[in-house]
Write a protein that binds this ligand. Sequence first.
Ligand code: MRU
Length: 280
Amino acid sequence: MAEVADAIRELAIRGAPAIGVAAAYALALAAARGEDLDEAAALLAASRPTAVNLVWALEQMRDDPSPAHARALHEEEVERCRAMAAHAAELFGQGTRALTHCNAGALATGGYGSAIGALRTAWERGLLECVWVDETRPLLQGSRLTAWELETAGIPHAVIADSAAASLMAAGEVDCVVTGADRIAANGDTANKIGTYSLAVLAAHHGIPLYVVAPTSTVDLATPGGPGIPIEERAPAEITTRFAARNPAFDVTPADLIAAIVTEHGVHRAPYAQSLAALV
Ligand code: MRU
C-alpha cells in the first residue's frame, strides 16, 4: 500500500480520477494484508492534496475495503467518463477546433477520459476538426500523454507551447477550451493543472467558451469556493535544479470564467451554487 502512495506522490499514477481509483485498490490491498486501515487511509490521503477524488474514494471504501468494491468503483468511474463525454459532445459544433491542457484522458481517469473522453466522443460524432494540445509545463503531461492518446485514437492534433494559446485564439483558430478538473468547489470555482486559469482569462478575453468536464467524484460541495481548495506545491527541482523556483502544481479558475461544467449527470451552467447543489 505504501508503494501505491509513493506512486501517487511521484506521479507514476496521476490525474484526479485515476488517483482515486488507485487509492481504492491500495486500501483493498491494505485490508487484504491486515494493515491498519486508518493509517493506510491517512498515508494515501496525504500523498497529494488537491485532487478531491483521492479522499472521496477512500471514504467510499471505508465500509467495504474489498477488491470487488475497488473494482466496482473503478468501473463506475469509467462509466461516468463515458456518460459525461456524451453530454459534453453536445456542446461541440461542426468542425470544432478545441484546445486542451494537461492530460484528462484514459491515463488520468482509469479509462476513456474526461476532457479527452469528450474529444473522443465529439470526434466519433464527426464534430471535431482538431485539438490544440498545450504541452503543459513543467512536466509536459500534454506533449507526453495527451498527444500520445490523441494519436492512438486517430484524432488530428498539434502540440503547442503553453504560451502560444493567446496568439492562436487571437487568430480565430480556437473554438473552445476543454479541460478536466482536480476539485470543483460548491460555487463552481475549479482547481486544475497550473496554467488553466491563464487559459480561462485568455478564453474570456477572446469570447471563447471554456468547458470543464469532470465526474461528480471531483465535485467537493463541502468546500464553498476556490480559496478553500488546497493547492499542491511540488519540488522546485521540477522547474530548475540551478536556481530558486516556485512550483504550484494547480491553479483555481473562478466560476465566472467557466461556460459550463459537465458531469455524468449533464451540462451544468451558472449559477453553479445551484446547478451543482442539485447533484446531491
Ligand atoms: O499533476 P497531475 O498530472 O495529476 O494533474 C492532472 C490534471 O491536472 C488533470 O487535468 C486533472 O486531474 C483532470 S484529469 C481527468
